[in-house]
Design a protein around this ligand. Sequence first.
Ligand SMILES: O=C(O)CCC(=O)C(=O)O
Length: 232
Amino acid sequence: MNQISHAAHHVKEVEELGYTIIPDLLTGERLKQARAKCDDWLVEFTAKGIGGGTVRGRYRKGLLSITRLFDDLYTHPLLLDVAGAVFDPGDFRLAGAMIKNVVPGEDARDMHRDDGIYGESNGPSPSMLNTLLALDDFTRETGATHLVPGSHRWTRPVEQDHQYIMAEMKAGSLLMIHGALWHQNGRNLTADQERRALGFAYRRRDLQDRPPAAPELVIADLPAALRSIVQG
Ligand SMILES: O=C(O)CCC(=O)C(=O)O
């Protein structure tokens, strides 16, 4: 499949189902390197434990100010093609990047729509197109993302007890989620397997990031292709 038809396939899935999975976006040494670096970046916070109580969760926001390791992914031609079709080409920006880790024993968070971050839920077009690049395998046991296919077309408020599918995927694959799709992270039922992911999102250009994706000083030093989707 060439790049254009490849993008068309993923755009169709985002439009029809509200999500798509792109396999093997990060492979081999790059994937190993990203996993090895995670321990330097992750900070602890208190997360909800399965069955009540808390666990020591781990995450890191503001990744654009911390590492240049993923710059080529934010501007990957296939991702920009999909984002350009979901929004309009040139009419979206990168809304920031983070590492998420669903740690062993961590419970699911609430089912939600990402568009809510911008105070918009279920507008005619999404405010956001979220992505999760799996750094570990996403499985039923490790907390693969729960998705409610087609819910990006619904106007009713998000329900917590709706049926969902699990976005199981191999490390290195990337999940794209329409901003209005109902979703949540799964429970990590394992005793010792982390479920780490690089998360970054594209947003409609007219919306404001809160907080900004990166400070001005960092933006000035970014490669031109990346600067153009962080600025303005
Ligand atoms: O980590 C996950 O599986 C879901 C992430 C999520 O809910 C989000 O980024 O809004």
